[in-house]
Design a protein around this ligand. Structure first.
Ligand SMILES: Nc1nc2c(ncn2[C@@H]2O[C@H](COP(=O)(O)OP(=O)(O)OP(=O)(O)O)[C@@H](O)[C@H]2O)c(=O)[nH]1
Ligand SMILES: [Mg+2]
Length: 362
């Protein structure tokens, strides 16, 4: 049997891992061969899985924990994508606070399954806006020092660095980021793309299908600073069903917008932040809204908005916040109350979980 290629896509919260995997998946399905995507995150009810499925890519989900700690499951999922769906290339992301998959995943596969898998470059997606934190300007983007360290660790781990969101930059700015990354990460290949506008994707495809991981020795086992960075973050996942009490159709784009603004205000009041807040809202008939906020100081970004009014909608909300878990859960509850009053909505909550990485008992 031919070997199958496997690749991990890493990168900071909101850097564009999911958008890049979708862009690459769509391109490779046409230009290279069948691709499978594993959407990996902590907890259940994930916006990214829904978004990736809407793209038409073949998707498997590994929720409830990083692939690093469930290698048997990961290998099973790769084999299933190969055997059931004919995938010749599988990529998986890891949670945006993640570091260590080179050690846990790549080295394990190289040691145990070298006859079955080719390991494509361990690819780290970088958002230029976040990069400013470690550039000479030391931009203060309202995130704690511990997360600055996390970004540095992620860069160190890379076989390939991909500077994303280049559509937001001038040519001079791109050149400046490239200069910085080449000096800060010597010897690590670098590509520039816009996952959103699909530029640089064919070059990325060529690179990851013709190169292999250098399998560097890089580990964060027993790294207390890494644990301290993870401990700053709280994960919040909720799924609800909204229904207008009057039975009238309304614009759920407005509901999403107001809900995010309420959460933003709640976080600002408490001097907290949210490196990535994601909402996926759908009427169930193909019409959907996908919104992201990558910090309280930024505008809301929409990958897609609803095209029509609806009288009900299902919503998944995922927050990866720099905020303690109980106040986060409370402020999101308050935000839901506000929008239910404003739009006269009935809101049935099916699922909520909220946990800190350092919470005892997990
Ligand atoms: N302008 C621009 N925005 C982008 C690009 N790629 C991603 N985004 C936006 O950045 C936000 C985060 O993108 P995601 O793909 O969800 O990022 P992620 O790394 O998967 O996020 P997590 O899984 O939460 O860590 C979304 O609003 C995207 O639409 C890009 O190339 N250009
Ligand atoms: Mg993602």
């Amino acid at each position: 049997m031919d070997k199958i290629r496997f690749m991990v896509v890493s990168g900071f919260l909101g850097a564009g891992k999911t958008t890049t995997m979708i862009a690459l998946g769509e391109h490779m399905n046409k230009a290279y061969g069948k691709v499978g995507i594993i959407a990996n995150d902590l907890g259940a009810q994930l916006v990214d899985t829904n978004l990736t499925q809407m793209s038409g890519c073949t998707v498997a989900e590994i929720a409830s924990g990083c692939i690093c700690y469930q290698m048997d499951n990961t290998v099973d999922q790769i084999r299933r994508l190969r055997d059931k769906h004919g995938a010749i290339f599988v990529m998986s992301d890891i949670p945006g606070c993640g570091v260590g998959a080179l050690d846990h995943v790549y080295h394990t596969l190289a040691d145990n399954n070298a006859d079955e898998f080719i390991l494509s470059p361990f690819t780290v997606i970088v958002d230029p806006e976040r990069l400013r934190m470690i550039m000479p300007e030391h931009a203060d983007i309202n995130l704690p020092e511990e997360l600055v360290y996390l970004l540095q660790l992620q860069l160190e781990e890379a076989d390939l660095i991909v500077l994303n969101k280049c559509d937001l930059l001038t040519d001079d700015e791109i050149a400046n980021y490239v200069r910085f990354l080449k000096a800060a990460c010597p010897g690590i290949p670098l590509l520039t793309i816009s996952a959103l506008e699909r530029t640089g994707i064919s070059e990325l495809c060529d690179f990851v299908t013709t190169h292999e991981s250098a399998l560097k020795n890089f580990s964060v086992r027993n790294n207390k600073e890494f644990e301290a960075a993870e401990a700053k973050l709280t994960w919040y996942n909720r799924r609800v069903f909204f229904k207008t009490n009057s039975g009238a159709k309304i614009d759920f784009n407005q509901v999403v917008d107001d809900l995010i603004e309420e959460i933003r205000l709640g976080l600002i009041e408490r001097k907290r932040n949210v490196p990535h807040l994601k909402l996926f809202t759908t009427s169930g008939n193909g019409d959907y809204n996908k919104a992201s906020l990558i910090g309280v100081d930024y505008d809301i970004e929409y990958a897609q908005q609803m095209l029509r009014d609806h009288k009900n909608a299902r919503m998944i909300i995922n927050a990866r916040a720099v905020c303690e878990s109980r106040p986060l859960a409370r402020l999101i509850d308050d935000a839901f109350d506000e929008i239910c009053d404003k739009y006269d909505l009935d809101c049935q909550v099916f699922f909520t979980e909220c946990f800190g990485m350092a919470d005892e008992g997990r």
